[in-house]
Design a protein around this ligand. Structure first.
Ligand code: 5GP
Ligand code: ZN
Length: 111
């Protein structure tokens, strides 16, 4: 999708601070972090949200969470994995992304 900001990051049209990348997915730091560590993990091929994504690809991306947690130093302290979906879910960028948030004790519930 040419008007998708995350596709633009994937294409290199917008810079990002990458944590992880392979042929299927990429992870970079959120531009407006909600915690000391806030990474977004997303597929390289555009899909609007978690309900539109190939489940196999979704599973593959989930398997990379531990890699990112280790790389960013939050594996031992713990972290939160969030997929905002649609208007009520607070999704603002309609390219599926998995938030990986940590580096401090997080509050709950989020609403
Ligand atoms: P959502 O609200 O859709 O779940 O999350 C979108 C996230 O993308 C937000 O946390 C927001 O800060 C982040 N974001 C939006 N635009 C950019 C950008 O250009 N670069 C980076 N690194 N993050 C972005
Ligand atoms: Zn996109």
């Amino acid at each position: 999708m040419s008007d998708c900001i995350f596709c633009m990051i994937i294409n290199g049209d917008i810079p990002s601070n990458k944590v992880y990348e392979d042929d299927k997915c990429v992870a970079f730091y959120d531009v407006a972090p909600a915690a000391p560590v806030h990474v977004l993990l997303l597929p390289k091929t555009h899909c609007d949200n978690v309900t539109k994504c190939d489940p196999e690809l979704l599973g593959y991306m989930m398997s990379k969470i531990q890699v990112i947690a280790e790389k960013t130093g939050i594996m031992e302290s713990g972290f939160r994995v969030v997929i905002n979906t649609g208007k009520d879910g607070g999704q603002t960028v309609n390219h599926l992304h998995i938030h990986i948030i940590g580096g401090k004790e997080l509050g709950w519930p989020p609403c």
